[in-house]
Design a protein around this ligand. Structure first.
Ligand SMILES: [Zn+2]
Length: 335
């Protein structure tokens, strides 16, 4: 199954909506490089902003996905690129040989081709591109430490907005979305539907070679581990599921109210970089109240965190704050 979600070349996506009388929208400044299967970054330029598609699907998928992500942040939240100030978007495709990952290295996105046995080309899923670019957004906003619970929040925010980029590109409401990260990424024959699921963490794959999706959906399954920077790709299932529950309860376009609340927390300047799940939950409730008052939005957010076992008096011991300030090479999946 091919990856889906990026707006087709030449098609008119439902968003951004035309805004008659408005000044021209800022445009992305995209550059795609070809890694030529080396580990040197960024590699030769193969496509720049406004240039025609080239005869390389990975290049064009990366270009389109960067554009979808740029359009999403601009239209949904008025954010100009990952830093809010029009930062050029650089991506390298064909990184390494059969490289089974994608990552944000603090300056650019990097995509492997996959080994063809477990994974296919990592540029094929727009939510993966949105995931990696959101690591940049987080770097320029809450700058969550990539360790323990704050690291799991960093990963979760990338999954949340990665999925929202796809939902936005397809014009989907919460009830129509697949809520998957890497839908179609798994190679033919691998038993599974994606790398992760926000709707049902722990169910994305169950395969003899790849193993079983290890993500917990609630604090009852919280994994206390040293691996994976303290389980950043594992326990992210818990805040992922909280976002899904809030968005599903509110209905409509998930980026509009649930996404706005999460975005307000991420960019509001008050979330500490070593925030744990309980601090993040409190911050989302505060943000819901601040923007929408004591109504359905606040109730949906509070109920979501309660369901996943995070809340006042429920917060686990923080394992955050142990990493140094330099945080690079945030990957899509455990390295
Ligand atoms: Zn990531």
């Amino acid at each position: 199954m091919p990856c889906t979600g990026s707006s087709a070349p030449g098609a008119v996506p439902p968003y951004p909506r035309p805004r008659p009388g408005r000044a021209p929208e800022p445009t992305a400044r995209r550059t795609v490089h070809d890694g030529h299967h080396q580990h040197t970054l960024p590699g030769p330029v193969v496509r720049t902003e406004g240039s025609a598609p080239v005869a390389d699907q990975a290049v064009d998928h990366a270009y389109d996905g960067l554009g979808d992500t740029f359009a999403f942040y601009l239209d949904a939240y008025g954010r100009r690129s990952v830093d809010g100030r029009g930062l050029p978007l650089d991506a390298t495709v064909h990184y390494g040989v059969h490289y089974d990952n994608a990552f944000w290295n603090g300056r650019q996105m990097v995509f492997g081709d996959g080994d063809g046995t477990l994974f296919q080309d990592f540029t094929g899923c727009v939510e993966i591109i949105g995931h990696e670019l959101t690591h940049g957004v987080t770097q320029y906003s809450a700058n969550l430490d990539y360790q323990g619970q704050s690291g799991a929040l960093n990963e979760s925010v990338s999954d949340v907005f990665g999925s929202l980029v796809k939902q936005y590109a397809l014009g989907q409401t919460a009830d129509r979305a697949d809520w998957l990260i890497g839908a179609g990424l798994l190679a033919p024959g691998v038993q599974g539907v994606a790398l992760r699921s926000l709707k049902a963490p722990g169910t994305a794959y169950h395969d003899a070679r790849l193993g079983t999706d290890p993500q917990p959906a609630t604090m009852a399954g919280y994994l206390d581990t040293e691996a994976d920077n303290g389980g950043v790709h594992l326990n992210s299932g818990i805040p992922n599921h909280a976002f899904y529950l809030a968005a599903e309860a509110l209905g409509g376009h998930a980026w509009e109210r649930a996404g706005q609340i999460w975005y307000d927390v991420l960019t509001g300047g008050r979330l500490p970089s070593d925030a744990d799940f309980a601090a993040f939950a409190t911050a989302t409730a505060d943000a819901a109240r601040a923007r929408y008052g004591p109504g359905a939005e606040l109730r949906a957010v509070q109920a979501a965190w309660t369901t996943v076992g995070v809340g006042a008096g429920v917060g686990a011991e923080s394992t955050a704050g142990t990493s140094d300030a330099t945080r690079i090479n945030a990957p899509l999946r455990p390295a």
